[in-house]
Design a protein around this ligand. Sequence first.
Ligand code: TXA
Ligand code: MG
Length: 345
Amino acid sequence: MNMQNQKTLIIKVEPTNPEEKKLKKAAEIIQKGGLVVFPTETVYGLGANALDREAVIKIFEAKGRPLDNPLIVHVSEMRMVKAIAEMNEVAEKLAKKFFPGPITLVVDKKEIIPPEVTAGLKTVAIRMPSHPIALKLIEVSGVPIAAPSANLAGKPSPTKAEHVIDDLYGKVDLIIDGGETKIGVESTVVDTTVHPVEILRPGGLPIEEIQKVVDVKIFDRKVEIPKSPGMKYRHYAPEAELIVLYGKRKDVVRKIREMSEELKEKGLRVGIVATKTNPYSGIDAEILELGETLEEIAKNLFSSLRELDKRGVDIIIAEGVEEKRLGIAIMNRLKKASGNRFYRV
Ligand code: TXA
Ligand code: MG
């Protein structure tokens, strides 16, 4: 069935208490091998039946994603996990503690998962999202749902339905608009097949929380070959050039003020991503305020990069944050989005 050529349907669904009738329609599309975009607590996902290889291939086509970058399989209950993966003791422990939630567990896969999902790896990434729409959609579909973030490859992940519409309208069968996502950065990816477990991607669940439950080795990209294939690609990037400055707040503000003046004199339009706009008053730039807490900053990060692109700036300067808890994921995304143009001041 080729639904790709038809117009994309967009439906609003109530995020805390989703209407079952609407999700039944979405589930039918999944069962027929179609593509459905749905909100999770982290970012929006671009979903298809994980057991249907042709449907899974459509995900890669819609996103323009390289075929060697494996997908996360989303489940709604532990019974579903058992059907697709071999869980060792540590994986069981982490699932018990953190499912449903913003964590993805890499575990040994079972035969039933087609190789397209895992890019030929023997492991599969599994996540049980906590968003009521995501959980209900998987449950009603009755199959695990493979879903990467619902952006075009390389772009910032979508945290609102409008971001998805900008990237994927006309390329998917259905977009479920469930409002803005809560966390704003993707899940923390943990490889449970090694000892101690390894963080492959910092994300919405702080590493400090995982360390309370199991021993953790933090992936160091300087000394090892990326194990998570997604880590080698440029990611999360806006159209505009991005520079990240971090250090003492006072120094960062002074440096950003200086730089924006210089860039403006060169005739460039500058965007600033700041925790607070006050310190930048009087500066001729597009200034976006993310908020003071790490939670607020994570939630607003990707959408601010997209917003500054819409406003047509040439260059974005972002304030870095302290690398602890959610700050680790925030800095990871900023570093990648900037192509490693981050400097201590
Ligand atoms: O929060 C999230 O995780 C969102 C929502 C939609 O659930 N999904 C998401 O998927 O961010 P995606 O495809 O954008 O990122 C998945 C990451 C990639 O870095 C990929 O390489 C890695 O997980 N991954 C997937 N399967 C893997 C495996 N078997 N081994 C190692 N890494 C894997
Ligand atoms: Mg992604």
